[in-house]
Design a protein around this ligand. Structure first.
Ligand code: ZN
Length: 286
């Protein structure tokens, strides 16, 4: 079996950063059009999976309605025509399209989708952005594969670098006053091989390896809880759902110390099995 590193796969995701003037133009023009749609082509710089939207080009004229700036691929070609001869370098970077959906919400209509799939055959990689007047934005990246198939990455993470220099100066100053706490894991922590998004986010330096690991707190002995009785050592490692399952089991009938230890172990294994079933990339129970 070929091993797939989930982290490599995550790195493959696209990000789109929109120049602040372009970003403002899209929303300002969209809003100015009120309930009508409007559209333009985007000049984009594609470096691997990092895409920067550098400029927006508007056709000399465009006819729009309230429900359809749903551009025809012929119309798209017409919009691009002037740049083919005038500025071939720029033309090569016209690999994006923006349109406003006024108040209709951000989504891809069947016509949008169809046109994007046509133009990506020529463009290779194509970025589409749809905006609404209340500030919503949806980005997709379409990529033509070598066999002609098109893969669509929808809802691509999109940034707009749109803050004034003065604001950024202030941010830099404030940043120095904000301390990021480092999480210290107990020295005697054992390791359970599970995938845990939350922990990966909590501790920047954690885990050091490519495999996500969650520490099991390993107190040397359990303790007596006034309400639930004996709590075994590994109890703290259970997730909330398993903890509830433990409490309800011990409340229903008398469970011995050993029985409680076994119950915790069983619940831990169950958690791992569920996680494995949800994500086949997680290594098996050891
Ligand atoms: Zn549309």
């Amino acid at each position: 079996m070929v091993e797939i590193n989930i982290y490599d796969r995550e790195e493959e995701e696209y990000t789109v950063t929109i120049d602040k003037i372009v970003y403002q133009k899209m929303f300002a023009l969209g809003k100015a059009m009120g309930e009508n749609e409007v559209q333009g082509m985007l000049v984009v710089d594609i470096k691997d999976r990092k895409i920067i939207v550098e400029d927006i080009l508007l056709p000399a004229e465009q006819i729009v309605t309230g429900g359809s700036a749903d551009i025809d691929s012929k119309e798209m070609a017409k919009m691009l025509e002037p740049y083919v001869a005038k500025d071939p370098e720029l033309f090569a970077k016209v690999k994006g399209w923006w349109h406003s959906h006024n108040s209709l919400g951000v989504f891809w209509s069947a016509v949008d989708d169809n046109n994007v799939k046509k133009i990506v055959q020529v463009a290779g990689t194509f970025v589409s952005i749809v905006t609404t007047n209340d500030g919503k934005l949806l980005t997709r990246v379409d990529k033509k594969l070598s066999d002609g198939m098109v893969i669509t990455y929808n809802d691509v993470t999109t940034y707009a670098d749109m803050y004034d220099d003065a604001v950024m100066k202030w941010v830099d100053k404030i940043k120095k006053t904000v301390k990021v706490a480092k999480i210290k894991w107990p020295k005697n922590a054992g390791l359970l091989d599970v995938f845990d998004d939350e922990l990966a986010e909590e501790g920047e330096n954690w885990p050091p390896s490519t495999q996500q690991q969650r520490p099991i707190r390993k107190p040397t002995k359990g303790y007596k809880d006034p309400q639930h009785g004996y709590i075994p050592p590994l109890f703290a490692s259970l997730d909330g759902f398993s903890k509830t399952a433990f409490y309800s089991t011990v409340a229903k009938s008398k469970v011995s110390k050993k029985g409680r230890k076994n119950l915790v172990r069983k619940l831990l294994l169950q958690e791992q099995e569920i996680m494995q079933a949800n994500n086949p990339l997680i290594p098996g129970v050891m």
